[in-house]
Design a protein around this ligand. Structure first.
Ligand SMILES: NC(=O)c1ccc[n+]([C@@H]2O[C@H](COP(=O)([O-])OP(=O)(O)OC[C@H]3O[C@@H](n4cnc5c(N)ncnc54)[C@H](OP(=O)(O)O)[C@@H]3O)[C@@H](O)[C@H]2O)c1
Length: 326
């Protein structure tokens, strides 16, 4: 009951901003985007559906070569066939919930053959059931957060980014509902699994890590974090059928969800000194509720993520391949 009330308050609070109503209101003053991305090499994760697909196709239309990463060869073939414009799609199959496959991307010849100008770390899932990957990590944690860390840090350590490169982390407005956490996020209890709460924690962690990366990396590459609002995608259809049914008429389409990603890459606004998260080409605060300000320390999060990744690398976390449902 308290949870339902909390969700109601949350959705009512953000309805006019995160829905297509918010997008349309803000877009009235915009010039259409038409950047010349020719000569640029982009990497887009989760590129065959929803926001990732819209991003990959638009970047290609504007002239970029887009290394499109997803796990279905068929969907990657379809994406390549749909591409228009001066750029091209370079499909790359990987399961981004498996860290060994994410690590392998760094040295993949398609990735390594030239500098990367833009990494759109878009892949993300909300899992209502508790799944363990064959590397013994909770699947949404691995996909939404650990894989992002491995990919962005791995590409940087290997010198794969070009000059003036930009990493765009695709987070979610769901992160407004939680402070930064460490233990509940990195060691979730399968008997007390709440996929929505876990997703919000991953998305909050992306925002905190963006700030930490920018402090550490000093522009090489630059990192920005955005959220797309509420977008009608397969992900929403599968994970949040009730939410979709209630709000279907005011959900954004995938192009609207991808707009701020393309705008960030085209306009290159400076890193916001005080942090923040982009929505509809505008910087928004990292916190909307007082209770989320008192979160964990990002350095402690970094250390805990590193320890977890070292541990996962050794395959030392119990039995593999099992699925446990709440
Ligand atoms: N839609 C929204 O309202 C909304 C709101 C806030 C934030 N976001 C964020 O926006 C991002 C994109 O969301 P979306 O709604 O567009 O998602 P989506 O419709 O579910 O599409 C996700 C894409 O990622 C791929 N993918 C999923 N798991 C993968 C894995 N393990 N390995 C490789 N590829 C994988 C999917 O391919 P398959 O077909 O193989 O699954 C698909 O191409 C996510 O980070 C999400 O959290 C979305």
């Amino acid at each position: 009951m308290i949870r339902t009330l909390g969700s109601l308050v949350f959705y009512t609070r953000f309805l006019r901003s995160f829905s297509a109503l918010g997008f349309r209101r803000r877009a009235r003053d915009w010039r259409p985007l038409a950047p010349d991305l020719s000569g640029q090499r982009w990497v887009v994760t989760g590129a065959t559906g929803g926001i990732g697909r819209a991003t990959a196709l638009a970047a290609c239309r504007f002239g970029a070569e887009v290394i499109a990463i997803a796990r279905s060869d068929d969907k990657l073939d379809t994406l390549r066939a749909e591409a228009e414009g001066a750029g091209r799609i370079r499909p790359l199959r990987a399961d981004l919930s498996l860290l060994r496959e994410v690590r392998a991307l760094v040295d993949d010849p398609t990735v390594a053959e030239g500098g990367i100008d833009v990494l759109v770390d878009n892949v993300g899932v909300l899992l209502n059931d508790f799944w363990i990957t064959e590397e013994n990590l909770e699947c949404s944690l691995a996909t939404n957060l650990l894989g992002h860390v491995v990919l962005a840090e791995g590409l940087r350590d290997a010198g794969r980014f070009g000059d003036d490169a930009l990493v765009i982390e695709v987070s979610s407005g769901g992160m407004y509902g939680t402070p930064l956490t460490i233990e509940p996020m990195l060691a979730p209890d399968p008997d007390d699994w709440d996929g929505m709460a876990a997703y919000a924690m991953h998305k909050r962690a992306q925002v905190a890590l963006t700030r930490a990366w920018n402090e550490r990396w000093q522009g090489a590459p630059t990192v920005q974090v955005m959220h797309p609002g509420w977008v009608d995608t397969e992900g929403v259809k599968t994970a949040l059928p009730g939410f979709r049914a209630a709000l279907k008429k005011v959900l954004r389409n995938a192009d609207q969800g991808a707009d701020t990603i393309l705008w960030l890459a085209a306009e290159r606004p400076p890193i916001p000194a005080e942090g923040g998260i982009w929505l509809d080409r505008e910087l928004q605060p990292e916190h909307e509720f007082g209770f989320t300000r008192d979160g964990a320390d990002v350095d402690e999060l970094n250390a805990a993520v590193k320890a977890l990744l070292d541990d996962a690398g050794k395959g030392a976390r119990g039995e593999s391949g099992d699925r446990r449902v709440r």
